[in-house]
Design a protein around this ligand. Structure first.
Ligand SMILES: [Zn+2]
Length: 181
């Protein structure tokens, strides 16, 4: 329990715990700085389901983010271990842009978002968890999806399991001629 005096008003804050045991994988992963999970995913096609790899295309890989900001959070990355657009070929740049289009289509069909955030964090100071390997975030958004839990405690509520989402997106991709493994 903590006490705070704010403008003469005495406030008692009672701590509550919100358990998120799945984050231990992320926290432990941070310790292993030498491993690039995108390169690991690229090199282990036999583990695609376990690694939540959605698509493999000529120069890129598209995976579900294991630690999503929102349901349906995808990562699109070149297969090559390059840090930014400056090192990408024209072919890779074009393919990544096509995959943004395809990801938006697949997610729209499968889980019907109202909008998207599409973007990159370049450099660790900009929030990149893996600054050495370029990747584009596709984050579906719904009206009203920012709620008090996220605002007050930096906690994200995800409404669907990664396994269920992967299955739905694979099925949608097959039905609509989108990329595959
Ligand atoms: Zn890499």
């Amino acid at each position: 329990m903590a006490s705070v005096v704010n403008d003469g008003v005495f406030i008692v804050l009672k701590r509550k715990n919100l358990w998120a045991p799945w984050r231990i994988g992320y926290i432990q992963g941070l310790a292993d700085k030498n491993e690039c999970f995108i390169c690991k995913n690229v090199g282990t096609p036999q583990d695609d389901d376990k690694n939540f790899v959605l698509w493999r295309s000529k120069n890129c890989i598209t995976v579900l983010n294991r630690f999503p900001y929102n349901n349906g959070h995808l990562l699109i990355a070149p297969a090559r271990h390059i840090p930014d657009f400056g090192k990408a070929t024209d072919e890779e740049l074009l393919e990544m842009n096509k995959l943004i289009r395809d990801a938006q289509k697949a997610l729209t069909l499968a889980i019907k978002p109202h909008g998207f955030n599409v973007g990159m964090n370049l450099g660790r100071c900009a929030g990149a968890g893996l600054p050495e390997h370029l990747h584009i975030h596709i984050v579906p958004r719904w009206n009203g999806d920012t709620n008090f839990v996220r605002t007050c405690s930096d906690t994200y509520l995800i409404s669907q399991s990664l396994t269920e989402l992967l299955t739905a997106l694979k099925q949608t991709s097959a039905e609509h001629g989108l990329p595959a493994l």
